[in-house]
Design a protein around this ligand. Structure first.
Ligand SMILES: Nc1ncnc2c1ncn2[C@@H]1O[C@H](COP(=O)(O)OP(=O)(O)OP(=O)(O)O)[C@@H](O)[C@H]1O
Ligand SMILES: [Mg+2]
Length: 302
């Protein structure tokens, strides 16, 4: 499938997968595809950063390759490793068979059969469906040396394996990097990328997302849920609920056959939207009632 030819086409394509893509985001996505630049997405938890890469892969049929970052991630886990146990077995087998050709054995041991390809290398391999989409998820969890390494990898899309030579991507992958901003990512890396801050959606967009992701929830309840979550986000909380929580909560309420939000129902189900006890304590009871009143009156005036 061809890449979308306009910003509208990007929005349409993603809408087809149930992803509600605001125009500014569609614009950077379009540019990332058109210019072949990596796209760096930052934003709070649960606002749909990871999902963008998944939706793009689903919409274009291009393979999604995910590199999940964590502290201590190194080139071995990100690019390639030699399959050490398999190499040992091959050595034992050669010894047992009395094969004497050491040179050949060494050559074979460091050949493609014993190479374990990790995400960055996989993403450089050609694919029938077009260049893969490489999702480098939660980059802020890695450390600076890995970031520096990544900077190199993203600049030329080639990997040199001493025993095998240099592998170059015939068609560079589309790269999407995400961060929850638990630390600042280095400027040098950011400079390589197009940047977009993924914000909490406004009422209308969040309602649209809820319709797309939980269409079985009735309209009145959906509106109440979104209005309440929007009001909740204006509170001073340790961790504000993301879109993921809104969808989860709606599904919980559906499972409980709730048709109308009440302060009691909210207090009973707060664990679906707030994940810190301090936040739950703060909202439970009178605060939930006040926010619900606020939400309901905003729905009436809308
Ligand atoms: N614009 C959107 N359109 C459709 N669904 C969305 C949208 N934004 C968020 N979602 C839904 O919210 C859920 C959470 O999104 P996602 O996992 O991408 O968040 P995230 O920003 O990567 O969060 P985290 O930082 O916790 O990894 C997804 O399952 C997705 O269905
Ligand atoms: Mg994510």
């Amino acid at each position: 499938m061809q890449d979308p030819s306009s910003i509208d086409a990007v929005q349409e394509l993603l809408a087809g997968t149930g992803y509600v893509c605001p125009r500014p985001l569609a614009t950077v996505l379009f540019l990332a595809l058109r210019l072949g630049r990596p796209l760096f997405l930052e934003g709070e938890a649960g606002v749909g950063k990871t999902e963008i890469a998944k939706a793009l892969s689903l919409a274009t049929g291009r393979r999604l390759i995910r590199l999940q970052c964590y502290e201590g991630l190194d080139a071995g886990a990100a690019v390639y490793e030699w399959n050490f146990p398999a190499q040992m077995i091959a050595i034992r087998a050669a010894e047992a068979a009395g094969e004497a050709d050491r040179g050949q054995l060494q050559h074979d041991l460091f050949g493609p059969d014993f190479l374990i390809e990790r995400p960055l290398l996989q993403a450089m391999r050609p694919d029938e469906q077009g260049a893969p989409i490489l999702l480098i998820d939660e980059l802020d969890r890695t450390d600076e040396p890995f970031e520096a390494f990544l900077l190199e990898a993203l600049s030329d899309f080639q990997v040199t394996i001493p025993e095998l030579g240099t592998i170059t991507a015939p068609e560079p992958p589309t790269v999407i990097l995400t961060s929850n901003r638990t630390r600042e990512v280095h400027d040098a890396l950011k400079r390589r990328c197009l940047y977009h801050w993924v914000d909490y959606p406004d009422f209308a967009r969040e309602l649209e997302i809820l319709h797309a992701r939980a269409p079985e929830v009735a309209e009145t309840l959906s509106r109440q849920i979104v209005a309440f979550v929007q009001a909740l986000r204006t509170e001073d909380l340790f961790k504000k609920p993301g879109v993921a929580e809104t969808i989860d909560w709606a599904k919980c309420l559906l499972a409980l056959d709730v048709i109308d939000l009440s302060p009691e129902v909210i207090s009973d189900t707060l664990g679906a939207i707030l994940k810190y006890q301090d936040d739950i304590m703060k909202i439970q009871g009178s605060e939930a009632k006040r926010l619900l009143d606020e939400a309901k009156s905003s729905l009436e005036t809308a």
